[in-house]
Design a protein around this ligand. Structure first.
Ligand SMILES: CC(C)(COP(=O)(O)OP(=O)(O)OC[C@H]1O[C@@H](n2cnc3c(N)ncnc32)[C@H](O)[C@@H]1OP(=O)(O)O)[C@@H](O)C(=O)NCCC(=O)NCCS
Length: 178
């Protein structure tokens, strides 16, 4: 593997990309640049030996009490004097791996990268990662340390999941990711 993560730029030239999901393909190839131009999300491309393997996009967000009926799970992450009704978060808007590369560990590499990069480089406080995971990818996020947050109005397409960035600090003492 010769991995690199490249921030999308206006002149980035996409190679063909197909993750078997029309909406995600279209987002990358058609919408990612305009979204970025409007400062609504920022996309990053995962390349291996200069081939387009996958991508993700992120936006600033917050996790608040109204998002879930199990706020206790979140409350207990933070020591008592610092408890609030909302916490700063980063939302993973989209994440996909080209079908040729799925099942080879690239998705996990992307999540490891997001956890470490935004923990170490975020210029502002950011406690949680959030994702509205497609139902068929809940197992993927679960294996990568994300937990479900139940809501009173569950969607039939996605589940809200979160990762506490405090957890990655402990892991970083033992592992090298890239
Ligand atoms: C979901 C997706 C991003 C996973 O990426 P990937 O590179 O194929 O996954 P990885 O090879 O890194 O898998 C990491 C672990 O998660 C598991 N996993 C991967 N996809 C899974 C799924 N859909 N359900 C359950 N477990 C899954 C793998 O078995 C692996 O487990 P292991 O560490 O015990 O071996 C990718 O398959 C994809 O792009 N799918 C289509 C688009 C999509 O659904 N995106 C998610 C939008 S929320």
């Amino acid at each position: 593997m010769n991995l690199s993560i490249v921030k999308l730029s206006p002149d980035y030239e996409f190679a063909p990309f197909d993750c078997n999901d029309k909406d995600l393909n279209e987002f990358l190839l058609t919408d990612a640049k305009p979204y970025q131009d409007q400062l609504l999300s920022t996309s990053y491309i995962l390349e291996d030996n200069n081939s387009l393997v996958g991508f993700f996009c992120v936006s600033n967000d917050r996790l608040c009490q109204e998002d879930t009926n199990k706020w206790r799970k979140i409350k207990e992450c933070v020591p008592y004097p610092k408890r609030r009704n909302s916490y700063p978060a980063l939302r993973i808007g989209r994440l996909a791996i080209d079908h040729k590369y799925q099942g080879a560990g690239y998705g996990k590499k992307i999540l490891d990268y997001i956890k470490i990069y935004f923990l170490e480089n975020s210029p502002a406080g950011c406690r949680f990662l959030l994702v509205d995971a497609y139902l068929q990818s809940v197992g993927f996020y679960d294996k990568n340390g994300f937990d479900e947050l139940p809501t009173d109005k569950p969607s039939n397409k996605t589940k809200l999941m979160y990762y506490d960035l405090h957890d990655i600090r402990k892991l970083m003492r033992f592992k090298r990711f890239f």
